[in-house]
Design a protein around this ligand. Structure first.
Ligand SMILES: [Mg+2]
Length: 279
């Protein structure tokens, strides 16, 4: 009897299980993940994540931009009041990370684990969608309204002229034309382009995020020499030279790589770590 009851219970249980399997929907297979980007033990540009976040998400970065342009305005206004102009006056500004914010390009490099490449950079430039740095348009408009011409001296390549002008115009920058945008042609040093402007104009101010925006004394120099040169020129900062913060890239980093931009990422990583000063 007990055996019969057990057999019946077993049959019923099996039937119930089969019925449930027929009625209940099958659990969905796990969603297919997009193919992973190529991984390496040294994810390219991972070291810039904190810098990109600081530029894009910190009030401190934005405050420093306002601070730089507020100071520029004060210096310019004092200059205009104090001195008769021997020549027409000009302000020289760099473009990238001085008046235009390219942090979205840097963020894209991080997300796609790519290095900077001229082709992807050109795509970004041609989009002409970089935002202006906080305070940049206001300061330069203020200068232009007082008869001070603005020259944009940038190491963007000459084929990026149209995209750069489109971006500057879209954001409302003054003097955004071919005569005032001096891009790189043959050499990275900006000395000759600065000299060309100063032949005709009294340069009141230079604004940049990289020390080579101010003086050729910094061109191609190692990190220690750059710092020593900054100390030598200390009185110029906040007076004739005004620096914008840029932790994303620049000669500060290239000097650590000894300006060897073709180094593989593991070697760059080793040089970065080797350059850290602890106690
Ligand atoms: Mg720059």
């Amino acid at each position: 009897m007990r055996g019969t009851l057990f057999s019946r219970a077993l049959v019923l249980a099996l039937l119930a299980g089969a019925l449930t399997a027929c009625i209940c929907p099958r659990p969905s297979p796990p969603p297919q993940l997009a193919p992973s980007p190529p991984t390496t033990s040294y994810p390219t540009n991972e070291h810039t994540v904190q810098a990109v976040l600081w530029v894009q998400r910190s009030g401190e970065y934005r405050a420093l931009c306002h601070q730089a342009f507020n100071l520029a305005r004060r210096v310019l206004d004092e200059e205009l009041k104090a001195n008769p102009a021997p020549k027409k006056r000009a302000v020289i500004v760099d473009v990238d990370e001085t008046v235009l914010d390219n942090s979205p390009y840097q963020a894209r490099l991080v997300k796609t684990r790519q290095s900077y490449a001229p082709a992807t950079w050109r795509q970004w430039v041609d989009l002409a969608r970089a935002e202006a740095l906080a305070g940049a348009v206001e300061f330069l408009t203020h200068a232009a309204a007082r008869g001070v011409e603005v020259f944009y001296i940038s190491n963007r390549r000459i084929e990026e002229q149209a995209g750069t002008l489109a971006n500057l115009r879209a954001k409302g920058f003054p003097n955004a034309d071919d005569a005032h945008l001096l891009l790189r042609t043959t050499e990275g040093s900006k000395a000759k382009r600065r000299a060309a402007v100063s032949a005709t104009y009294e340069i009141v101010l230079l604004l940049g995020d990289n020390l080579n925006d101010f003086s050729e004394a910094f061109d191609g120099k190692d990190a220690a020499t750059r710092i020593a040169e900054v100390d030598r020129l200390a009185k110029e900062f906040g007076r004739r030279f005004i620096v914008l913060p840029n932790p994303l890239y620049g000669d500060f980093e290239d000097s650590i790589y000894r300006y060897n931009r073709g180094l593989p990422e593991p070697e760059r990583d080793a040089l970065r770590k080797g350059a850290l000063k602890d106690y």
